[in-house]
Write a protein that binds this ligand. Structure first.
Ligand code: ADP
Ligand code: ZN
Ligand code: MG
Length: 489
Protein backbone atom coordinates (compact mmCIF):
# COMPACT_ATOMS: atom_id res chain seq x y z
CA UNK A 1 0.00 0.00 0.00
CA UNK A 2 1.43 3.39 -0.91
CA UNK A 3 1.16 6.47 1.30
CA UNK A 4 1.03 10.04 0.11
CA UNK A 5 4.27 12.02 0.21
CA UNK A 6 5.07 14.36 3.05
CA UNK A 7 3.48 17.72 2.09
CA UNK A 8 5.92 20.29 3.36
CA UNK A 9 6.22 21.96 -0.04
CA UNK A 10 3.73 24.86 -0.32
CA UNK A 11 1.30 24.72 -3.20
CA UNK A 12 2.09 27.32 -5.90
CA UNK A 13 0.11 30.55 -5.49
CA UNK A 14 -2.81 30.81 -7.85
CA UNK A 15 -4.02 34.25 -8.85
CA UNK A 16 -7.43 35.61 -9.66
CA UNK A 17 -7.99 38.57 -11.95
CA UNK A 18 -10.04 41.60 -10.93
CA UNK A 19 -11.50 43.72 -13.70
CA UNK A 20 -13.39 47.01 -13.78
CA UNK A 21 -14.58 48.68 -16.99
CA UNK A 22 -15.11 52.31 -17.92
CA UNK A 23 -17.35 52.69 -20.95
CA UNK A 24 -18.03 55.91 -22.85
CA UNK A 25 -21.21 56.03 -24.87
CA UNK A 26 -22.14 58.83 -27.26
CA UNK A 27 -25.71 60.02 -26.93
CA UNK A 28 -27.78 60.33 -30.09
CA UNK A 29 -28.87 63.93 -29.66
CA UNK A 30 -29.11 66.09 -32.79
CA UNK A 31 -27.07 68.87 -31.19
CA UNK A 32 -24.10 69.03 -28.83
CA UNK A 33 -24.35 69.06 -25.06
CA UNK A 34 -23.69 72.78 -24.43
CA UNK A 35 -24.34 74.46 -27.80
CA UNK A 36 -26.60 74.04 -30.83
CA UNK A 37 -23.94 72.64 -33.19
CA UNK A 38 -24.81 69.44 -35.05
CA UNK A 39 -23.42 66.12 -33.78
CA UNK A 40 -23.53 64.51 -37.23
CA UNK A 41 -20.71 62.03 -37.86
CA UNK A 42 -18.69 62.39 -41.05
CA UNK A 43 -19.19 66.12 -41.72
CA UNK A 44 -16.25 68.03 -43.25
CA UNK A 45 -13.67 68.76 -40.51
CA UNK A 46 -14.34 71.76 -38.30
CA UNK A 47 -17.71 72.62 -39.85
CA UNK A 48 -19.84 71.75 -36.80
CA UNK A 49 -18.30 74.28 -34.46
CA UNK A 50 -19.19 77.56 -32.74
CA UNK A 51 -17.68 79.88 -30.10
CA UNK A 52 -18.98 77.67 -27.26
CA UNK A 53 -17.48 74.36 -28.37
CA UNK A 54 -14.35 76.13 -29.64
CA UNK A 55 -13.84 77.49 -26.15
CA UNK A 56 -13.81 81.17 -27.11
CA UNK A 57 -13.51 83.51 -24.15
CA UNK A 58 -16.88 84.67 -22.85
CA UNK A 59 -18.93 82.01 -24.66
CA UNK A 60 -21.29 80.32 -22.20
CA UNK A 61 -22.53 76.72 -22.16
CA UNK A 62 -26.26 75.98 -22.17
CA UNK A 63 -27.20 72.45 -21.14
CA UNK A 64 -29.04 70.32 -23.73
CA UNK A 65 -32.23 68.96 -22.13
CA UNK A 66 -32.33 65.95 -24.43
CA UNK A 67 -28.82 64.90 -23.37
CA UNK A 68 -29.95 64.87 -19.74
CA UNK A 69 -33.03 62.81 -20.62
CA UNK A 70 -31.01 60.28 -22.62
CA UNK A 71 -28.38 59.96 -19.89
CA UNK A 72 -31.05 59.52 -17.24
CA UNK A 73 -32.88 56.94 -19.33
CA UNK A 74 -29.68 54.94 -19.85
CA UNK A 75 -28.86 55.15 -16.14
CA UNK A 76 -32.35 53.90 -15.26
CA UNK A 77 -31.98 51.00 -17.69
CA UNK A 78 -28.73 50.14 -15.90
CA UNK A 79 -30.63 49.95 -12.60
CA UNK A 80 -29.01 53.11 -11.21
CA UNK A 81 -30.40 55.49 -8.63
CA UNK A 82 -30.73 58.96 -10.12
CA UNK A 83 -29.34 61.78 -7.99
CA UNK A 84 -31.84 64.61 -7.88
CA UNK A 85 -28.96 67.08 -7.91
CA UNK A 86 -25.70 66.51 -9.75
CA UNK A 87 -22.83 68.88 -10.37
CA UNK A 88 -20.83 69.60 -13.50
CA UNK A 89 -17.10 69.92 -12.92
CA UNK A 90 -14.10 71.02 -14.91
CA UNK A 91 -11.51 68.35 -15.58
CA UNK A 92 -8.39 70.29 -16.44
CA UNK A 93 -5.72 69.03 -18.77
CA UNK A 94 -3.84 70.24 -21.78
CA UNK A 95 -4.25 68.53 -25.10
CA UNK A 96 -4.43 69.92 -28.65
CA UNK A 97 -7.93 68.49 -29.23
CA UNK A 98 -9.33 70.22 -26.15
CA UNK A 99 -9.69 73.89 -27.00
CA UNK A 100 -10.98 75.06 -23.61
CA UNK A 101 -8.12 73.44 -21.70
CA UNK A 102 -10.69 71.54 -19.65
CA UNK A 103 -13.46 69.05 -20.25
CA UNK A 104 -16.84 69.61 -18.63
CA UNK A 105 -17.67 66.38 -16.81
CA UNK A 106 -19.15 65.33 -13.48
CA UNK A 107 -16.98 64.34 -10.55
CA UNK A 108 -18.03 63.85 -6.94
CA UNK A 109 -21.75 64.34 -7.61
CA UNK A 110 -22.57 62.32 -10.72
CA UNK A 111 -26.00 62.00 -12.34
CA UNK A 112 -26.53 58.41 -11.20
CA UNK A 113 -25.02 55.71 -8.96
CA UNK A 114 -25.48 52.19 -7.55
CA UNK A 115 -26.57 50.33 -10.67
CA UNK A 116 -25.82 46.84 -11.94
CA UNK A 117 -25.85 44.60 -14.98
CA UNK A 118 -26.59 40.89 -14.74
CA UNK A 119 -24.30 38.49 -16.57
CA UNK A 120 -24.19 34.76 -17.20
CA UNK A 121 -26.78 32.08 -16.67
CA UNK A 122 -26.53 32.53 -12.89
CA UNK A 123 -27.30 36.24 -13.36
CA UNK A 124 -24.28 37.47 -11.46
CA UNK A 125 -24.64 41.17 -10.68
CA UNK A 126 -21.78 43.40 -11.81
CA UNK A 127 -22.07 46.67 -9.90
CA UNK A 128 -22.16 49.99 -11.71
CA UNK A 129 -20.50 52.62 -9.59
CA UNK A 130 -21.73 55.63 -11.50
CA UNK A 131 -23.11 57.02 -14.72
CA UNK A 132 -22.17 60.60 -15.43
CA UNK A 133 -22.60 63.12 -18.22
CA UNK A 134 -19.69 64.77 -19.99
CA UNK A 135 -18.63 66.34 -23.25
CA UNK A 136 -16.38 64.67 -25.80
CA UNK A 137 -13.07 66.13 -26.97
CA UNK A 138 -12.01 66.66 -30.59
CA UNK A 139 -10.05 64.29 -32.78
CA UNK A 140 -6.42 64.36 -33.86
CA UNK A 141 -5.94 63.32 -37.47
CA UNK A 142 -2.74 61.74 -38.70
CA UNK A 143 -3.69 61.01 -42.30
CA UNK A 144 -5.88 62.14 -45.16
CA UNK A 145 -4.62 65.72 -45.59
CA UNK A 146 -1.57 67.42 -47.21
CA UNK A 147 1.65 67.22 -45.17
CA UNK A 148 0.18 64.43 -43.03
CA UNK A 149 3.66 62.95 -42.67
CA UNK A 150 4.89 66.15 -41.00
CA UNK A 151 1.82 67.46 -39.23
CA UNK A 152 -1.12 66.49 -37.07
CA UNK A 153 -4.49 68.04 -37.90
CA UNK A 154 -7.32 68.66 -35.45
CA UNK A 155 -11.00 68.15 -36.17
CA UNK A 156 -13.21 69.77 -33.54
CA UNK A 157 -16.55 68.52 -34.86
CA UNK A 158 -16.72 66.00 -32.03
CA UNK A 159 -15.85 68.54 -29.35
CA UNK A 160 -18.86 68.98 -27.11
CA UNK A 161 -20.74 65.90 -28.32
CA UNK A 162 -22.63 64.46 -25.31
CA UNK A 163 -21.29 61.31 -23.68
CA UNK A 164 -22.15 59.23 -20.70
CA UNK A 165 -19.43 57.40 -18.85
CA UNK A 166 -20.47 54.14 -17.23
CA UNK A 167 -18.02 53.00 -14.54
CA UNK A 168 -18.26 49.46 -13.22
CA UNK A 169 -17.23 48.19 -9.81
CA UNK A 170 -14.20 45.88 -9.86
CA UNK A 171 -16.65 42.95 -9.84
CA UNK A 172 -15.66 41.30 -13.10
CA UNK A 173 -13.75 38.07 -12.56
CA UNK A 174 -12.63 36.92 -16.03
CA UNK A 175 -12.05 38.24 -19.56
CA UNK A 176 -15.11 36.25 -20.67
CA UNK A 177 -17.20 37.96 -18.03
CA UNK A 178 -15.90 41.34 -19.23
CA UNK A 179 -16.98 40.40 -22.75
CA UNK A 180 -20.42 39.38 -21.51
CA UNK A 181 -20.77 42.56 -19.44
CA UNK A 182 -20.00 44.68 -22.49
CA UNK A 183 -22.39 42.68 -24.65
CA UNK A 184 -25.22 43.13 -22.13
CA UNK A 185 -24.39 46.80 -21.64
CA UNK A 186 -24.47 47.50 -25.36
CA UNK A 187 -27.71 45.56 -25.76
CA UNK A 188 -29.38 47.52 -22.96
CA UNK A 189 -28.21 50.88 -24.32
CA UNK A 190 -29.39 49.94 -27.82
CA UNK A 191 -32.82 49.02 -26.45
CA UNK A 192 -33.14 52.44 -24.85
CA UNK A 193 -32.28 54.02 -28.21
CA UNK A 194 -30.04 56.69 -26.65
CA UNK A 195 -26.98 55.62 -28.65
CA UNK A 196 -26.10 53.58 -31.72
CA UNK A 197 -23.09 52.14 -29.83
CA UNK A 198 -21.14 52.05 -33.08
CA UNK A 199 -17.57 51.20 -32.06
CA UNK A 200 -16.08 51.97 -35.48
CA UNK A 201 -17.40 55.51 -35.28
CA UNK A 202 -16.34 55.83 -31.67
CA UNK A 203 -19.88 55.96 -30.25
CA UNK A 204 -18.84 53.31 -27.74
CA UNK A 205 -15.36 53.22 -26.23
CA UNK A 206 -14.02 51.12 -23.40
CA UNK A 207 -11.08 51.33 -21.02
CA UNK A 208 -10.33 48.15 -19.09
CA UNK A 209 -8.78 48.17 -15.59
CA UNK A 210 -7.25 44.94 -14.45
CA UNK A 211 -5.22 43.61 -11.54
CA UNK A 212 -4.48 40.18 -10.09
CA UNK A 213 -4.35 38.97 -6.49
CA UNK A 214 -3.66 35.66 -4.76
CA UNK A 215 -6.89 33.68 -4.89
CA UNK A 216 -9.00 34.26 -1.82
CA UNK A 217 -7.35 37.51 -0.75
CA UNK A 218 -9.63 40.51 -0.11
CA UNK A 219 -7.40 43.48 -0.94
CA UNK A 220 -7.07 44.51 -4.55
CA UNK A 221 -3.79 44.31 -6.39
CA UNK A 222 -2.27 47.23 -8.27
CA UNK A 223 -4.15 47.79 -11.51
CA UNK A 224 -3.18 48.62 -15.04
CA UNK A 225 -5.59 50.50 -17.28
CA UNK A 226 -5.78 49.41 -20.91
CA UNK A 227 -6.99 52.21 -23.15
CA UNK A 228 -8.36 52.59 -26.66
CA UNK A 229 -9.26 49.03 -27.53
CA UNK A 230 -11.73 49.11 -30.37
CA UNK A 231 -13.69 45.87 -30.17
CA UNK A 232 -15.09 43.62 -27.45
CA UNK A 233 -13.07 40.74 -28.82
CA UNK A 234 -9.84 42.73 -28.54
CA UNK A 235 -10.73 43.75 -24.99
CA UNK A 236 -11.04 40.10 -24.07
CA UNK A 237 -7.70 39.33 -25.77
CA UNK A 238 -5.98 42.32 -24.18
CA UNK A 239 -7.22 41.22 -20.74
CA UNK A 240 -6.05 37.64 -21.24
CA UNK A 241 -2.60 38.89 -22.21
CA UNK A 242 -2.42 41.45 -19.43
CA UNK A 243 -3.46 38.99 -16.70
CA UNK A 244 -0.79 36.55 -17.84
CA UNK A 245 1.80 39.32 -17.92
CA UNK A 246 0.97 40.49 -14.40
CA UNK A 247 1.11 36.97 -12.97
CA UNK A 248 4.50 36.43 -14.62
CA UNK A 249 5.85 39.68 -13.20
CA UNK A 250 4.73 38.76 -9.68
CA UNK A 251 5.91 35.15 -9.92
CA UNK A 252 9.33 36.42 -10.96
CA UNK A 253 9.44 38.47 -7.76
CA UNK A 254 8.56 41.77 -9.43
CA UNK A 255 5.89 44.38 -8.62
CA UNK A 256 3.07 45.68 -10.80
CA UNK A 257 3.25 49.42 -11.33
CA UNK A 258 0.06 51.39 -11.74
CA UNK A 259 0.07 52.57 -15.32
CA UNK A 260 -1.85 53.12 -18.52
CA UNK A 261 -1.21 50.58 -21.24
CA UNK A 262 -2.12 50.32 -24.91
CA UNK A 263 -3.14 47.13 -26.71
CA UNK A 264 -1.58 46.23 -30.03
CA UNK A 265 -4.08 43.86 -31.68
CA UNK A 266 -1.60 42.74 -34.36
CA UNK A 267 0.84 41.48 -31.76
CA UNK A 268 -1.76 40.60 -29.14
CA UNK A 269 0.27 42.47 -26.49
CA UNK A 270 -0.17 45.47 -24.22
CA UNK A 271 2.47 48.20 -23.93
CA UNK A 272 3.12 50.78 -21.24
CA UNK A 273 1.94 54.25 -22.28
CA UNK A 274 2.48 56.21 -19.08
CA UNK A 275 3.05 55.33 -15.45
CA UNK A 276 1.32 56.80 -12.42
CA UNK A 277 4.08 59.36 -11.91
CA UNK A 278 3.18 60.81 -15.27
CA UNK A 279 -0.54 60.58 -14.58
CA UNK A 280 -2.65 63.72 -14.75
CA UNK A 281 -3.80 65.70 -11.81
CA UNK A 282 -7.01 66.99 -13.24
CA UNK A 283 -7.58 69.66 -10.55
CA UNK A 284 -11.34 69.09 -10.70
CA UNK A 285 -13.53 71.96 -9.53
CA UNK A 286 -17.23 72.79 -9.96
CA UNK A 287 -18.10 74.36 -13.31
CA UNK A 288 -18.96 77.99 -12.51
CA UNK A 289 -20.84 78.58 -15.78
CA UNK A 290 -23.47 75.90 -15.18
CA UNK A 291 -26.10 75.54 -12.46
CA UNK A 292 -26.38 72.29 -10.56
CA UNK A 293 -28.36 69.82 -12.66
CA UNK A 294 -31.71 69.03 -11.04
CA UNK A 295 -33.70 66.03 -12.21
CA UNK A 296 -36.75 66.26 -9.97
CA UNK A 297 -39.42 63.62 -9.37
CA UNK A 298 -41.72 65.01 -12.04
CA UNK A 299 -39.06 64.98 -14.73
CA UNK A 300 -37.86 61.58 -13.61
CA UNK A 301 -41.40 60.22 -13.92
CA UNK A 302 -41.64 61.56 -17.48
CA UNK A 303 -38.37 59.90 -18.40
CA UNK A 304 -39.41 56.63 -16.76
CA UNK A 305 -42.39 56.56 -19.13
CA UNK A 306 -40.01 56.32 -22.10
CA UNK A 307 -38.18 53.34 -20.63
CA UNK A 308 -38.82 50.36 -22.93
CA UNK A 309 -39.07 46.76 -21.86
CA UNK A 310 -35.42 45.73 -21.50
CA UNK A 311 -33.78 42.68 -23.09
CA UNK A 312 -33.71 40.52 -19.96
CA UNK A 313 -37.39 41.07 -19.19
CA UNK A 314 -38.33 40.64 -22.79
CA UNK A 315 -36.53 37.32 -23.04
CA UNK A 316 -38.36 36.04 -19.99
CA UNK A 317 -41.68 37.14 -21.43
CA UNK A 318 -41.05 35.60 -24.86
CA UNK A 319 -40.22 32.28 -23.23
CA UNK A 320 -43.47 32.40 -21.32
CA UNK A 321 -45.75 33.77 -24.02
CA UNK A 322 -44.52 31.79 -27.01
CA UNK A 323 -43.13 28.68 -25.37
CA UNK A 324 -39.70 29.10 -26.93
CA UNK A 325 -36.42 28.16 -25.27
CA UNK A 326 -34.15 30.58 -23.39
CA UNK A 327 -31.60 30.22 -26.14
CA UNK A 328 -34.07 31.12 -28.89
CA UNK A 329 -35.36 34.03 -26.87
CA UNK A 330 -31.76 35.19 -26.65
CA UNK A 331 -31.40 35.04 -30.42
CA UNK A 332 -34.73 36.77 -31.06
CA UNK A 333 -33.89 39.64 -28.73
CA UNK A 334 -30.38 40.48 -29.95
CA UNK A 335 -31.89 43.71 -31.19
CA UNK A 336 -35.05 45.48 -30.25
CA UNK A 337 -36.04 45.75 -33.88
CA UNK A 338 -35.76 41.98 -34.43
CA UNK A 339 -37.75 41.29 -31.28
CA UNK A 340 -40.36 43.82 -32.39
CA UNK A 341 -40.58 42.22 -35.83
CA UNK A 342 -40.89 38.76 -34.37
CA UNK A 343 -43.63 39.76 -31.98
CA UNK A 344 -45.58 41.76 -34.55
CA UNK A 345 -45.43 38.83 -36.97
CA UNK A 346 -46.22 36.24 -34.34
CA UNK A 347 -49.18 38.20 -33.01
CA UNK A 348 -50.62 38.70 -36.50
CA UNK A 349 -50.29 35.00 -37.26
CA UNK A 350 -53.05 32.45 -36.66
CA UNK A 351 -50.87 30.55 -34.21
CA UNK A 352 -48.02 32.56 -32.63
CA UNK A 353 -46.41 29.52 -31.14
CA UNK A 354 -46.09 27.89 -34.54
CA UNK A 355 -44.20 30.95 -35.81
CA UNK A 356 -41.83 30.67 -32.87
CA UNK A 357 -41.39 26.95 -33.47
CA UNK A 358 -40.67 27.45 -37.15
CA UNK A 359 -38.15 30.17 -36.38
CA UNK A 360 -36.32 27.93 -33.98
CA UNK A 361 -36.85 24.62 -35.81
CA UNK A 362 -36.41 25.63 -39.43
CA UNK A 363 -34.92 29.10 -39.75
CA UNK A 364 -32.14 28.91 -37.16
CA UNK A 365 -30.68 25.68 -38.53
CA UNK A 366 -30.56 27.01 -42.07
CA UNK A 367 -28.94 30.23 -40.89
CA UNK A 368 -26.41 28.31 -38.87
CA UNK A 369 -25.51 26.11 -41.82
CA UNK A 370 -24.81 29.28 -43.73
CA UNK A 371 -22.89 30.87 -40.88
CA UNK A 372 -25.32 33.79 -40.96
CA UNK A 373 -26.90 35.83 -38.21
CA UNK A 374 -30.64 36.12 -37.99
CA UNK A 375 -30.43 39.71 -39.17
CA UNK A 376 -29.14 38.40 -42.51
CA UNK A 377 -31.99 35.97 -42.95
CA UNK A 378 -33.55 36.00 -46.43
CA UNK A 379 -36.87 35.23 -44.77
CA UNK A 380 -38.32 38.06 -42.72
CA UNK A 381 -40.35 37.54 -39.59
CA UNK A 382 -43.39 38.54 -41.62
CA UNK A 383 -42.49 35.85 -44.13
CA UNK A 384 -42.18 33.32 -41.33
CA UNK A 385 -45.63 34.27 -40.08
CA UNK A 386 -47.12 34.01 -43.58
CA UNK A 387 -45.62 30.55 -44.01
CA UNK A 388 -46.85 29.45 -40.60
CA UNK A 389 -50.37 30.49 -41.55
CA UNK A 390 -50.25 28.37 -44.70
CA UNK A 391 -49.40 25.30 -42.66
CA UNK A 392 -51.92 26.23 -40.02
CA UNK A 393 -54.75 26.40 -42.54
CA UNK A 394 -53.66 23.13 -44.14
CA UNK A 395 -52.89 24.83 -47.45
CA UNK A 396 -49.38 23.39 -47.51
CA UNK A 397 -47.76 20.45 -45.78
CA UNK A 398 -44.75 20.57 -43.49
CA UNK A 399 -42.68 18.94 -46.21
CA UNK A 400 -43.71 21.58 -48.75
CA UNK A 401 -42.89 24.27 -46.24
CA UNK A 402 -39.35 22.94 -45.79
CA UNK A 403 -38.82 22.80 -49.53
CA UNK A 404 -40.05 26.38 -49.87
CA UNK A 405 -37.67 27.52 -47.11
CA UNK A 406 -34.83 25.82 -48.97
CA UNK A 407 -35.78 27.74 -52.10
CA UNK A 408 -35.85 31.01 -50.12
CA UNK A 409 -32.29 30.38 -49.03
CA UNK A 410 -31.20 29.28 -52.52
CA UNK A 411 -32.69 32.37 -54.13
CA UNK A 412 -32.05 34.71 -51.23
CA UNK A 413 -35.68 35.81 -51.28
CA UNK A 414 -38.40 36.18 -48.71
CA UNK A 415 -41.11 33.57 -48.31
CA UNK A 416 -44.11 35.32 -49.94
CA UNK A 417 -42.05 36.07 -53.03
CA UNK A 418 -40.84 32.48 -53.42
CA UNK A 419 -44.31 31.16 -52.73
CA UNK A 420 -45.63 33.30 -55.60
CA UNK A 421 -42.77 32.28 -57.87
CA UNK A 422 -43.64 28.64 -57.24
CA UNK A 423 -47.23 29.31 -58.29
CA UNK A 424 -48.70 29.26 -54.78
CA UNK A 425 -48.68 25.46 -54.43
CA UNK A 426 -51.37 23.78 -52.34
CA UNK A 427 -51.17 20.39 -50.78
CA UNK A 428 -53.44 17.90 -52.37
CA UNK A 429 -56.74 17.30 -50.58
CA UNK A 430 -58.20 15.67 -53.62
CA UNK A 431 -59.44 12.45 -51.99
CA UNK A 432 -59.98 10.41 -55.12
CA UNK A 433 -56.46 11.05 -56.44
CA UNK A 434 -55.08 10.22 -53.05
CA UNK A 435 -57.14 7.04 -52.77
CA UNK A 436 -55.74 5.90 -56.08
CA UNK A 437 -52.18 6.41 -54.82
CA UNK A 438 -52.98 4.56 -51.59
CA UNK A 439 -54.52 1.61 -53.41
CA UNK A 440 -51.41 1.35 -55.60
CA UNK A 441 -49.09 1.48 -52.62
CA UNK A 442 -51.02 -1.17 -50.73
CA UNK A 443 -51.12 -3.41 -53.77
CA UNK A 444 -47.37 -3.05 -54.26
CA UNK A 445 -46.55 -3.99 -50.67
CA UNK A 446 -48.44 -7.18 -49.75
CA UNK A 447 -45.84 -8.28 -47.17
CA UNK A 448 -46.13 -5.07 -45.21
CA UNK A 449 -49.91 -5.25 -45.44
CA UNK A 450 -49.83 -8.74 -43.99
CA UNK A 451 -47.64 -7.60 -41.10
CA UNK A 452 -49.96 -4.69 -40.39
CA UNK A 453 -52.99 -6.89 -40.33
CA UNK A 454 -51.13 -9.38 -38.11
CA UNK A 455 -50.98 -6.61 -35.51
CA UNK A 456 -47.80 -4.73 -36.35
CA UNK A 457 -49.44 -1.28 -36.25
CA UNK A 458 -46.11 0.50 -36.67
CA UNK A 459 -46.28 -0.48 -40.36
CA UNK A 460 -48.67 2.46 -40.72
CA UNK A 461 -45.65 4.79 -40.66
CA UNK A 462 -44.15 2.90 -43.57
CA UNK A 463 -47.32 3.30 -45.65
CA UNK A 464 -47.66 7.00 -44.81
CA UNK A 465 -44.07 7.52 -45.89
CA UNK A 466 -44.66 5.69 -49.19
CA UNK A 467 -47.80 7.67 -49.95
CA UNK A 468 -46.17 11.00 -49.11
CA UNK A 469 -43.28 10.09 -51.35
CA UNK A 470 -45.56 9.10 -54.19
CA UNK A 471 -47.46 12.37 -53.83
CA UNK A 472 -44.14 14.28 -53.82
CA UNK A 473 -44.94 15.66 -50.39
CA UNK A 474 -48.07 17.38 -51.65
CA UNK A 475 -50.59 15.24 -49.82
CA UNK A 476 -52.11 16.37 -46.56
CA UNK A 477 -50.54 14.01 -43.99
CA UNK A 478 -53.62 13.95 -41.83
CA UNK A 479 -55.82 12.97 -44.71
CA UNK A 480 -53.31 10.32 -45.76
CA UNK A 481 -53.43 8.88 -42.28
CA UNK A 482 -57.19 8.72 -42.15
CA UNK A 483 -57.58 7.17 -45.58
CA UNK A 484 -54.79 4.68 -45.00
CA UNK A 485 -56.21 3.39 -41.74
CA UNK A 486 -59.57 2.92 -43.38
CA UNK A 487 -58.10 0.94 -46.26
CA UNK A 488 -55.65 -1.09 -44.22
CA UNK A 489 -58.23 -2.30 -41.73
P1 ADP B 1 -8.88 55.82 -11.15
O1 ADP B 1 -8.88 56.78 -10.01
O2 ADP B 1 -7.55 55.28 -11.53
O3 ADP B 1 -9.68 56.30 -12.31
P2 ADP B 1 -11.13 54.42 -10.09
O4 ADP B 1 -11.13 54.03 -8.67
O5 ADP B 1 -11.91 55.60 -10.52
O6 ADP B 1 -9.62 54.53 -10.58
O7 ADP B 1 -11.62 53.17 -10.92
C1 ADP B 1 -11.63 53.17 -12.30
C2 ADP B 1 -12.05 51.78 -12.76
O8 ADP B 1 -11.08 50.83 -12.35
C3 ADP B 1 -13.36 51.29 -12.15
O9 ADP B 1 -14.07 50.60 -13.15
C4 ADP B 1 -12.93 50.36 -11.04
O10 ADP B 1 -13.87 49.33 -10.83
C5 ADP B 1 -11.65 49.79 -11.58
N1 ADP B 1 -10.68 49.43 -10.55
C6 ADP B 1 -10.30 50.17 -9.48
N2 ADP B 1 -9.36 49.55 -8.78
C7 ADP B 1 -9.09 48.36 -9.41
C8 ADP B 1 -8.20 47.28 -9.18
N3 ADP B 1 -7.34 47.27 -8.17
N4 ADP B 1 -8.22 46.26 -10.06
C9 ADP B 1 -9.04 46.25 -11.10
N5 ADP B 1 -9.91 47.24 -11.37
C10 ADP B 1 -9.95 48.29 -10.54
ZN1 ZN C 1 -20.80 74.53 -30.87
MG1 MG D 1 -11.58 57.32 -12.01
Amino acid sequence: MSTSADTTVAAPTTYEPVIGLEVHVQLLTASKIFCSCSTRFGAAPNTNVCPVCLGMPGALPVLNRKAVEFATLAAMALNCRINETSIFARKNYFYPDLPKGYQISQYDKPLAEHGFIEVGSDKKKIGITRVHLEEDAGKSLHEGFPDADKKTAIDLNRTGVPLIEIVSEPDIATPDEAYEYLTRLKEIILYTGVSDCNMEEGSLRCDANVSVRPRGRKELGTKAEIKNVNSFRFIREALIYEIKRQVEVIDAGGKIVQETRLYNSHEGKTYSMRSKEQAHDYRYFPEPDLLPLVVDEKWKAEITKTLPELPEARRARLVKEYGITEYDAQVLTVSKSLADQFEAAAKAAKNPKRVANLVQGELMGRLKARGAEIEQSPISMKGMAASADLVESGAISGKMLKDLYDLCFERNKDFPEVYDEEGRPQQSTDTSALEKIIDDIIAANPKQLEQYRAGKKTMLGFFVGQVMKASKGQANPQLVNELLIKKLE
